[in-house]
Design a protein around this ligand. Structure first.
Ligand SMILES: Cc1cc2nc3c(=O)[nH]c(=O)nc-3n(C[C@H](O)[C@H](O)[C@H](O)COP(=O)(O)OP(=O)(O)OC[C@H]3O[C@@H](n4cnc5c(N)ncnc54)[C@H](O)[C@@H]3O)c2cc1C
Length: 290
């Protein structure tokens, strides 16, 4: 199908883009990589009258450590994350998730921020951001606000983003000390959305778990932060018993639905096993510096 007619602007500055979104708060949409939005337009599941293409805006493709945070701009694409030596060396959970998102075509154009704004409960980045306790900078014409990832998602395909706002920056606490992460994903075939995904982030403190981040993909109406499992790990020595208990608590936090990809019990079991494996992998990385 062809999309319904729309007007299109490709502003050269963020201020211009924000002004356009303000004018079109009722019928406007941001266009980033277009990997979710264009299919929706073609299927006529979305019919915005005005598209604000942000691809020409400078400086939105920043990927760097700055002021105690890893900063990921709105135009950082999956492929940039996949190829980043900064992520490979210091942010394992992001580096491991990136090549598992979609296929090379989608990764070439799609952005991390677009994926988060789209808020598909099967999206991989939502879980990664919950695990690393990211925050998102949302800019509008009247200013900016910072929202924690855990508060950002409000349901399937819904977030706190207002129609006149742009998610300009993802901010992740910069890596300090022994830290490790992992992203495990079960998919039916390469390039598919997750049947189940689990993101893990560990910060070790004097041989014990300082903080743990665990989040789940595709097993609920939105990406789920497994807070009970996280809390159970805090202050613990990471032995088999503790890991097993965390796996069980993460499985309990999942809200899977049976579908062609598997039964509810099967998916819950995958969450449990992936949490255990992910914790072991993240712990190894924290100890080895990976
Ligand atoms: C075949 C296929 C397979 C896929 N497989 C996976 C997968 O395995 N895992 C996965 O996680 N994802 C997968 N995806 C989804 C893909 O990762 C996302 O579609 C894409 O990354 C969204 O980013 P984008 O830049 O293309 O956003 P767009 O399509 O341009 O926009 C998506 C939505 O976000 C809004 N938006 C975009 N950027 C911003 C911003 N900065 N501020 C505010 N709003 C914004 C748009 O208005 C729109 O509503 C797949 C997609 C396809 C087509």
């Amino acid at each position: 199908m062809l999309p319904a007619a729309f007007e299109y602007a490709s502003p050269g500055t963020l201020d211009e883009a924000l002004a356009l979104l303000d004018q079109h708060a009722d019928d406007g949409k941001v266009l980033a990589g277009g990997q979710s939005l264009i299919p929706l337009l073609k299927l006529r599941l979305a019919s915005p009258a005005f598209l604000v293409d942000i691809n020409r805006i400078p400086d939105l493709d920043v990927l760097e450590e700055r002021d105690g945070a890893l900063v990921i701009g709105a135009l950082v694409r999956h492929k940039t994350a996949e190829r980043s030596s900064l992520l490979a060396n210091r942010y394992a959970v992001l580096a491991e998730a990136a090549p598992q998102v979609a296929d090379p075509l989608v990764r070439n154009r799609g952005t991390l921020a677009g994926s988060l704004a789209h808020a598909d409960p099967s999206g991989d980045w939502g879980s990664v951001m919950l695990a690393v306790d990211a925050e998102f900078v949302l800019r509008s014409r009247s200013g900016s606000r910072t929202v924690k990832a855990r508060d950002f998602f409000s349901g399937p395909f819904s977030t706190l983003l207002q129609p006149n706002e742009i998610l300009t920056e993802i901010r992740i606490p910069a890596r300090r000390g022994p830290t490790g992460g992992a992203y495990l994903k079960l998919e039916r075939k390469v390039g598919d959305f997750a049947t189940v995904g689990v993101a893990i982030q560990l910060q070790m403190d004097d041989g014990k778990v300082g903080t743990a981040g665990i989040a789940l993909t595709a097993v609920g109406p939105q990406n789920i932060k497994a807070t009970e499992a996280e809390a159970a790990l805090k202050g613990q020595t990471l032995n088999d018993k503790v890991i097993k208990e965390a796996g069980q608590l993460a499985a309990k936090a999942a809200e899977p639905r049976a579908d062609l990809r598997g039964s509810e019990a099967y998916k819950r079991n995958v969450v449990r096993i992936f949490t255990e494996r992910g914790l072991k992998r993240a712990y190894e990385r924290a100890r080895g510096g990976g």
